[in-house]
Design a protein around this ligand. Structure first.
Ligand code: ADP
Ligand code: MG
Length: 291
C-alpha cells in the first residue's frame, strides 16, 4: 500500500506539462488527470481486493501487477494498477505503444494471469476460475475485439459471427439466425456469405464487433480496434462503439493509443509506467455529456 502511494505521487509528478499526450487529453476532456486510485468514492479507505462489488459495479481490478521474464531479467509492465467499472460505463484507457495496454486487457479477459492482484467480474474472482469457469466467462460474459480482427479465414462471415454460439453448443439454425440478426445491426447482412478476405478492414472490424456481441455479453473488452484501419473506416468503428454504449447501454473497456475515442468515453484513464492516471470523480459530470 505504501508502494502504491509512492507510485501515485511519482505519477502525479510525471503527469506534468512535459507529456504532450497528457496535455492533449486534459484539453480534450477539460479536466486534469490525477492519481491512479480506485475512483469509486464509496469504497472503504482500507479497501482490500476481496470486498464484494458495490451496487451498480460490474467489474473491478485491484493492485494488478504483471512482469515478463526477458533475457536481461524481469520487466514489470503493470505495477499495482486498480480501477472499477460501473454497469453501462464506457471506459477508455489511453497509452502509447508498449505501455501495457494489451497486457492489461488480456488479464481482464482471463487470457493472461497477473502476478498479483485481483480481478472481479460480477463478484466472481477471475484468478480463482477453473478451466470450465474461464470457458464460460468467454462464452457468456465477455466479448472480445482485437486490432487484427482475428476472423477465421476459412469460415464465412456469418459462421465467424456464430462461432461463439457453436462453442456453446447452439443448434445450427439458431446460430445462423442470431448471427444474421447481429450482422444486420452492423449493416453487414449483405456480406453474410462472403469470406473475411473479401471484406475491407473496416468491414472486418464490424464483423468482429458482431462476433463479440452475438452471445449478448455483459462486458465488451476492446483492444486498439482502429489500429489497422484508415481514418474513414476508423470513424465508422468509433461511431458503432458509441452506439453500442448509448443505445444498447453496453459496458465497454477499450484500450487504445488513439485520442479519437476520448469524446465518447464516460471516463478516461491514461496508462503510464504500469499504472493509471485518472480524472477526479468530483469533476465527473462535465464528461457525461460529450458534445
Ligand atoms: P501495448 O499494448 O500498450 O503496446 P503491451 O501490453 O503489448 O503494450 O506490452 C507492454 C510491454 O510488455 C512491452 O514492453 C512488451 O515488449 C512487453 N511484453 C508484452 N508481452 C510480453 C511477453 N509475452 N513476453 C515478454 N514481454 C512482453
Ligand atoms: Mg497493444
Amino acid at each position: 500500500m505504501a508502494d502504491q502511494q509512492e507510485a501515485i505521487r511519482n505519477y502525479q509528478q510525471q503527469a506534468s506539462e512535459s507529456d504532450p499526450m497528457i496535455q492533449a487529453i486534459q484539453e480534450e476532456i477539460g479536466r486534469t488527470l490525477t492519481a491512479p486510485t480506485l475512483d469509486n468514492k464509496d469504497l472503504p479507505t482500507n479497501f482490500m481486493g476481496s470486498t464484494p462489488l458495490l451496487e451498480g459495479e460490474i467489474f473491478r481490478a485491484v493492485n494488478l501487477t504483471k512482469s515478463y521474464g526477458t533475457g536481461a531479467g524481469y520487466i514489470e509492465v503493470i505495477k499495482g494498477l486498480s480501477f472499477s467499472v460501473q454497469e453501462g460505463e464506457y471506459i477508455v484507457i489511453l497509452g502509447p505503444s508498449g505501455s501495457g495496454k494489451s497486457t492489461l486487457l488480456h488479464m481482464l479477459a482471463g487470457l493472461e494471469v497477473p502476478n498479483r492482484g485481483e480481478i472481479r467480474m460480477r463478484n466472481q474472482v477471475i484468478e480463482k476460475f477453473t478451466d470450465d469457469d474461464l470457458a464460460l466467462y468467454h462464452r457468456e460474459q465477455i466479448g472480445l475485439v482485437f486490432q487484427a480482427f482475428n476472423l477465421l479465414p476459412s469460415l464465412l462471415v456469418w459462421e465467424n459471427v456464430a462461432f461463439p454460439l457453436m462453442l456453446a453448443g447452439a443448434p445450427l439454425e439458431w446460430r445462423r439466425h442470431e448471427a444474421l440478426k447481429v450482422l444486420d445491426r452492423f449493416g453487414m447482412s449483405d456480406f453474410a456469405t462472403h469470406y473475411p478476405t473479401q471484406l475491407s478492414g473496416g468491414q472486418q472490424q464490424r464483423v468482429s464487433l458482431a462476433r463479440a456481441l452475438v452471445h449478448d455479453p455483459d462486458l465488451l473488452l476492446v483492444d486498439e480496434p482502429t489500429g489497422n484501419l484508415d481514418s474513414k473506416a476508423a470513424e465508422v468503428v468509433i461511431a458503432e462503439l458509441d452506439r453500442l454504449h448509448k443505445q444498447e447501454n453496453r459496458t465497454i473497456i477499450l484500450v487504445t493509443h488513439s485520442q479519437d475515442f476520448l469524446p465518447y468515453a464516460d471516463r478516461v484513464f491514461y496508462i503510464k509506467d504500469g499504472t493509471l492516471l485518472t480524472t477526479s470523480p468530483n469533476e465527473q459530470s462535465s464528461v457525461d455529456t460529450p458534445q
